[in-house]
Structure formats: structure tokens, C-alpha cells
Design a protein around this ligand. Structure first.
Ligand SMILES: [Mg+2]
Length: 264
């Protein structure tokens, strides 16, 4: 039997993780920021009186705090950083989200996580939300910074002296290069891909790379946003195109109307 073609506008969905699949008010983001500042003081000897300001600047200018530290000449062991910063997060604040699960299950497209965080963090968060089985793959820090993964393997096999070349930059959102790498790795058509993120600059980067974009967490569109939704829970009412082209709904409404009108 011939398969009916999907009327959906999009072929692929990319989702940021933190403050996107769960609300920014969860408490995790605040805890993460405090952990990063504590890491900078304890491990890099940064003055506690300037650490908050420095961290904010690094994050703003370089995409992530770690990328900022790296770019500005602080040697950061990526594994230690991730373990320190994410290892002590209050994950108990995240609960299984049945609404999110139902929404994701109903979306007909392949779904991918696209996050700057490390793989372990992504796995924990997805498990806590109860949606870990609903994504085709997770693109994360290790996906775009493979030399760090190689160094980790060498350290695990006993080469404690391995150090990374600091002249090689960290690849992360919002850089367009990172967006393009994601597109290439997944072999997707950006014009038929919808990218969800809570960060305005990530949305801008995604749009520059040719993706259609959804700003999550605000009803006001930022530059480069095709859609904006206050919460991922609102996706069905504001972006029906995920399920079908708009004209499909018009035709459906029309056919329902005709059907009703022809009932004797
Ligand atoms: Mg986010």
C-alpha cells in the first residue's frame, strides 16, 4: 500500500535542552551560574569579588562561560569543569513532564537535542523529565569538540599529562559554524528544520545558518525568530505547522463544514 505523504511543514526538529524543555524558573540555571563562579574561584584562582562580573561577560561574549575562559587563556579541564558545575546541580527540582512527553510523542518528525552542555548532563535532564527515549540523538559539547573526548580517553588510559591545544577554539552555540556543523552531522535541510531555543543569540545564529526558529520562554520574538512561545507546552496552539501545513487545517475545517452542512 502506498504511504500517505506527511503534510507537515518540517522534516526535523532540533531542541535546546536547559531552560527550553523545562522552565527557566526551575532553579537549575541559577545553581549552574553559582557553580561556575565557585569553579572559577576554586580552580582558576579568580578573585571572588570580580567573579560574577567576569562570568557574565565571558558568557555574553563567547557563548558559554567555558568557551570564554578558554578563549581568554584560562586552561580549563573540560571534564573537571562539567563534573564540578553539573555534578552538584539540584536535579531533584526537575520532575517527569507528562505534557511534554505527550507533545513530543505526537510530533511526527525525528527529534534531536542540540545543547552546549555535556552528554552526562543532557542524559540526566532528559531522564528526570521522563523523555529520554523520545530523541533520535543528542548533539552536545562532545559532539562538536571531539579532541576533548580523545584527550579524555587518553587520560582514562593513564596518560595524565595530556593537555589540549589552547589555540583550538571551543565550538558551541551561538556560533554559525556550530549550527552548520549540526546541520552537516545530521544531514538535514535547514529550511525544513525547526530549531527551539530559549536564547535570543542562539536563535539569531540558527536563523543565520538557515534554520527556522522558535524562541521559547517569551511571547515577544527576538531577531531571527520565526515563532515565539512562552513555554514548550504551548507549541501545539502556536505552531500547528509541526503537525501539518496551515492549508491542511483550512482544508480540514472546510471539509468538516461541508460535511456538517450536507447532513440532512
Ligand atoms: Mg537553553
Amino acid at each position: 500500500m502506498e504511504e500517505t505523504p506527511s503534510p507537515a511543514r518540517y522534516e526535523t526538529l532540533l531542541f535546546d535542552l536547559d531552560d527550553c524543555l523545562y522552565p527557566g524558573s526551575s532553579g537549575l540555571a541559577d545553581a549552574c551560574q553559582l557553580n561556575i563562579e565557585a569553579y572559577m574561584v576554586e580552580n582558576l584562582g579568580i578573585d571572588p569579588t570580580v567573579v560574577m562580573e567576569l562570568n557574565a561577560r565571558l558568557y555574553k561574549c563567547h557563548g558559554t562561560s567555558m568557551a570564554g575562559l578558554w578563549t581568554e587563556g584560562y586552561y580549563v579541564d573540560h571534564d573537571d569543569f562539567h563534573k564540578y558545575v553539573h555534578g552538584r546541580l539540584p536535579y531533584h527540582l526537575l520532575r517527569p513532564d507528562s505534557v511534554l512527553r505527550s507533545l513530543l510523542q505526537s510530533m511526527p518528525q525525528p527529534k534531536y537535542i542540540f545543547t552546549n552542555a555535556d552528554k552526562v548532563h543532557a542524559e540526566v535532564v532528559l531522564r528526570k523529565l521522563g523523555v529520554e527515549d523520545l530523541f533520535n540523538d543528542v548533539l552536545c559539547f562532545e559532539s562538536f569538540n571531539s579532541r576533548c573526548a580523545v584527550a579524555k580517553e587518553r587520560r582514562q588510559s593513564g596518560d595524565e599529562a595530556v593537555k589540549l591545544d589552547m589555540s583550538v577554539p571551543i565550538v558551541c552555540k551561538p556560533s554559525v559554524a556550530c549550527m552548520q556543523e549540526a546541520i552537516q552531522v545530521l544531514q538535514i535541510d535547514p529550511s525544513k528544520t525547526l530549531f527551539f531555543d530559549d536564547s535570543a543569540r542562539n536563535i539569531f545564529g540558527g536563523k543565520t545558518a538557515g534554520l527556522d526558529t522558535v524562541l521559547v520562554g517569551s511571547m515577544t520574538k527576538c531577531e531571527g525568530a520565526d515563532y515565539s512561545i512562552a513555554s514548550i507546552h504551548n507549541v501545539k496552539e502556536f505552531i500547528p505547522e509541526i503537525w501539518a501545513e496551515p492549508h491542511f487545517f483550512d482544508e480540514l475545517r472546510l471539509s468538516c463544514k461541508v460535511a456538517v452542512e450536507t447532513i440532512p
